[in-house]
Write a protein of this length. Structure first.
Length: 210
């Protein structure tokens, strides 16, 4: 099964991708990871991408998709894959279609901006060991102190309410139009994010016919 996972930052895509991977035994493909891998492996496309990355420029869509196609040709993708973080825009989706990559299903995780802001702005991460907590949903025993190593727990810059607001605005402007694009193809399944992760997972698997 070839899947795309859509959803705003903080909607829980990474968590659901892990579950789908283990259930369907298919890899999750993150474009950031495959770009780094192509550069590390020194492939022709990887070297071309490196020139853009070293110059602080965005890697062009067609090049990203070329590297993506290289990655999808590997044996572990024969039974399918999940694309996480790509496409981000309608032009990227159109380029994906032109490359002949046929997607079976697009899962859109719907979580309100208010819930995402609450979810992300409450996150805390240990500076020392990286363990993650949440002020409301998963607090450490002592506020500001990691249960595992006693390190200091802090709020990441990405999780600051102002930053979250900016990231959501970019998502609504650039990525959300993909819902309409895939709705026209009849491949879009909308899953309402629940308070309990397991309940969201059950809805995602149901949308996949599992």
């Amino acid at each position: 099964m070839k899947l795309i996972l859509l959803g705003a930052p903080g909607a829980g895509k990474g968590t659901q991708a892990e579950v789908i991977c283990s259930t369907l035994n298919i890899p999750a493909i993150s474009t950031g990871n495959i770009l780094r891998e192509a550069v590390k492996n020194g492939t022709a496309l990887g070297m071309e991408a490196k020139a853009y990355m070293d110059g602080g420029k965005l890697v062009p869509d067609e090049l990203v998709i070329g590297i993506l196609k290289e990655r999808l040709a590997k044996d572990d993708c024969k039974a399918g894959f999940i694309l996480d973080g790509f496409p981000r825009t309608v032009p990227q989706a159109e380029a994906l279609d032109r490359m002949g990559i046929v997607i079976d299903k697009v899962i859109d995780l719907e979580v309100s901006d208010e819930a995402i802001t609450k979810r992300m702005s409450g996150r805390r991460v240990c500076e020392s060991c990286g363990a993650s907590y949440h002020l409301e949903f998963k607090p450490s025993k002592e506020e500001g102190v990691c249960d595992k190593c006693g390190g200091k727990t802090v709020q990441r810059k990405d999780d600051h309410p102002d930053t979250v607001k900016e990231r959501l605005e970019v998502y609504h402007a650039q990525t959300e139009p993909l819902k309409g694009y895939y709705q026209k193809t009849g491949k879009l399944a909308i899953v309402e994010g629940q308070d309990e992760v397991s309940e969201t997972t059950a809805l995602v698997l149901k949308a996949l016919g599992r």
